[in-house]
Design a protein around this ligand. Structure first.
Ligand code: ADP
Ligand code: MG
Length: 298
């Protein structure tokens, strides 16, 4: 065996980045979750060439202080966790402090941000994780992050990317789920300049369902509500006669996060036993809430 050596930091960083950032949809997910954690009420996602050309996420959230801008891109840099005890009651979406570090390690990033109430904003550009200077600039309140040339410095990963259309479809599905998980936030999604989704952010789940999943599906739904023991569930399910050909229209959210769960699928379908035709499946948009310390966010 050759001698054991610790990996040089930039190699370790690239490996770690690969675990967080697998494809454009993972970049979008992390950036939108950051926007939501920043209390944004409107989030715009733009994609070119399935995200391999460009990913831009614009929010109207709290912004980042100019002095903290480079820090945000360091590994294990987070404003969301201070002590081990915080792990048990984490209410935000991301907390590992790895996303911005990982994304910037494998792309060219530009960020422009202004804190609510600040007179001026700041911008920063990074290439392969290496930051340039922080510059004072004009900017709307909130944050815009632009990611270009994803995986330009990791050719192995680049080779594994699917067609642009497959990456676009993955992001489109993700945007639907994000929009449904937060009816109180307006989401807009543009692919190659065309608007593919736009939710009003009026706080009503039915508005988000209508905007994200379309009129026909929205019309096939009935409102449902239930709960007990600290667990609440609310949302919409399809009428028994309007079963679907697959489970693709089953969306479950636990404490605001989209999840796939055989348990919830089974519980839903149990409710339709003997009422739905063989080979047909109920659709739903169901939000389940339970105490934060009873969910493993991983
Ligand atoms: P994490 O979300 O796990 O804390 P990230 O690498 O995703 O780690 O982000 C690092 C930090 O940068 C966050 O904790 C937050 O303070 C700040 N940040 C990132 N994106 C935004 C944003 N859109 N608006 C405001 N602050 C942000
Ligand atoms: Mg994050």
């Amino acid at each position: 065996m050759p001698h054991i050596q610790q990996l040089p930091p930039h190699v370790a960083d690239l490996i770690a980045a690969g675990e967080v950032v697998e494809r454009p949809a993972s970049v979008v997910k992390e950036l939108v979750e950051n926007a939501l954690d920043a209390h944004s009420s409107a989030v715009v996602v733009e994609l070119r060439r399935g995200g391999m050309g460009l990913i831009r996420v614009t929010d109207n959230g709290c912004g980042i202080a100019p002095g903290e801008l480079p820090t945000a891109f360091l590994r294990h840099a987070t404003s969301k966790l201070r002590s081990p005890g915080d792990l048990g009651r984490i209410g935000t979406l991301g907390f590992r402090g790895e996303a911005l570090a990982a994304i910037s390690a494998v792309s060219r990033v530009e960020i422009r941000t202004r804190r609510q109430g600040d007179g001026a904003g700041a911008s920063l550009a990074l290439e392969g994780g290496v930051p340039g200077p922080v510059e004072e600039t004009g900017a709307p309140e909130g944050t815009t992050i632009l990611v270009r040339d994803l995986f330009y410095n990791t050719p192995a990963r680049l080779k594994f990317m699917k067609k642009d259309s497959a990456e676009t479809a993955a992001v489109a599905g993700l945007m639907q789920h994000l929009a449904l998980s937060r009816p109180d936030v307006s989401f807009r999604f543009l692919k190659d300049g065309t608007e593919a989704l736009h939710t009003p952010g009026d706080g009503r789940l039915d508005s988000a369902v209508y905007a994200a999943l379309g009129r026909d599906f929205a019309r096939s739904l009935l409102p449902v509500k239930g709960g007990g023991d600290g667990v609440q569930a609310a949302g919409f399910v399809t009428r028994p006669l309007q079963g679907r050909g697959s489970r693709a229209m089953q969306a479950f959210f636990v404490n605001g996060r989209f999840i796939k769960s055989q348990l919830l699928t089974a519980a839903l379908e149990e409710g339709y036993r003997n009422q739905i035709m063989k080979g047909r499946f109920p659709g739903c948009v169901l939000a389940v809430s339970l105490p934060a310390d009873q969910v493993d966010v991983n």
